[in-house]
Design a protein around this ligand. Structure first.
Ligand code: NAD
Length: 308
């Protein structure tokens, strides 16, 4: 019997993910508050539901791909999806949300007699369209096993990270590494420039030495050394700075809640929040190199002056 999927949230990510499930033969009932998102999904073979609850009521699996935890919790909440669904429905939340919100969503789903999995993704819109996302999942083993065939359609890899909220935890830890390392790489390029070292020379050394990392060798923040990096196309995303700011804010929430002495993670959250509200609003997160360079112009001039 065909598995019926309710897909709630058909935006940049959810739209193509739902379309890939349709292409793989699943019956998908979709819902989004934005008419253009819903109609694009319908054009890809998704059946339009008048409400999220209407879709959940007939589904075997309910997938949510929403902006933030408050959207997930309010949709799950009283008279919402959990109440509408048949007992034993599998709820898979692919949104990136706060770990505490995710655990609350799991608890509510289980209290209502359902199975639940948090399964945030990395890979961006390109990965959602190509079906090459990476899922990091949290929840009980049986829920993960039930979700795996669907995750395999929408992605190339799914890692079961542990219990409720473990997928979200993995996501924010990984992106905290990425945010901090992108700032470190960008600061190093600006320092190198001030010392008269070319971008290519720093790249050639650091990419083959202990400074090597993804932020340098794949998403290099200066144009030239890595032709495919967003820096070569005027910092068009890629991974948009506001999404990095969001993920670092989630990491900062958990750092504060856990009393973790992580000065760089908290500072990275501040720097990306400021960048995303200003010039980075529509840029790739590697564009932060320009903000660092702009803020450093006096220092750079002074350094240049001291060497001449
Ligand atoms: P988006 O804003 O394009 O899509 C979210 C959709 O949810 C919107 O279309 C919105 O109308 C819909 N929505 C909100 N409340 C709803 C409700 N009550 N009922 C039905 N629909 C509702 O966002 P996105 O880029 O698709 O991202 C979705 C999630 O994936 C976010 O949590 C984001 O952090 C995460 N994510 C995004 C990317 C990316 O590159 N865009 C990468 C990794 C993870």
């Amino acid at each position: 019997m065909t598995t019926t999927v309710a897909f709630i949230g058909l935006g940049h990510m959810g739209g193509p993910m739902a379309a890939n499930l349709v292409s793989a033969g699943y019956r998908v009932l979709g819902h989004d508050l934005v008419e253009s998102c819903l109609s694009a999904a319908v054009a890809a073979g998704v059946e339009a539901a008048r409400s999220a609850a209407e879709a959940a009521a007939v589904a075997d699996v309910v997938i949510t791909m929403l902006p933030a935890g408050r959207h997930v919790l309010s949709l799950y909440g009283p008279e919402g999806l959990l109440a509408a669904a048949r007992p034993g429905t599998l709820f898979v939340d692919c949104s990136t949300i706060d770990v505490a919100d995710s655990r609350a969503a799991h608890a509510a789903a289980e209290a209502a007699g359902h199975r639940s999995l948090d399964a945030p993704v990395s890979g961006g819109v390109v990965g959602a369209e190509a079906g090459t996302l990476t899922f990091m999942a949290g929840g009980e083993e049986g829920a993960f096993a039930q979700a795996e065939p669907l995750l395999a359609v929408m992605g190339k890899k799914a890692v079961h990270c542990g219990d409720a909220g473990a997928g979200q935890a993995a996501k924010i830890c990984n992106n905290m590494i990425l945010g901090v390392s992108m700032i470190a790489v960008s600061e190093a390029f600006v320092l190198a420039e001030s010392l008269g070292l070319s971008d290519q020379a720093l790249y050639d050394v650091a990419s083959a030495a202990s400074g090597q990392c993804w932020a340098l060798t794949v998403n290099c923040p200066v144009p030239g050394p890595v032709p495919a990096s967003p820096a070569n196309r005027d910092y068009r995303p890629g991974f948009a700075a506001p999404l990095m700011a969001k993920d670092l804010q989630l990491a900062a929430n958990s750092l504060r809640a856990g009393g973790i002495d992580a000065e760089l993670g908290l500072r990275a959250a501040e720097l990306y929040a400021r960048f995303a509200e200003g010039p980075g609003a529509d840029q790739d997160f590697s564009g932060i190199v320009r903000a660092i360079r702009a803020a450093s112009s006096n220092t750079t001039d002074a350094l240049k002056g001291s060497t001449t």
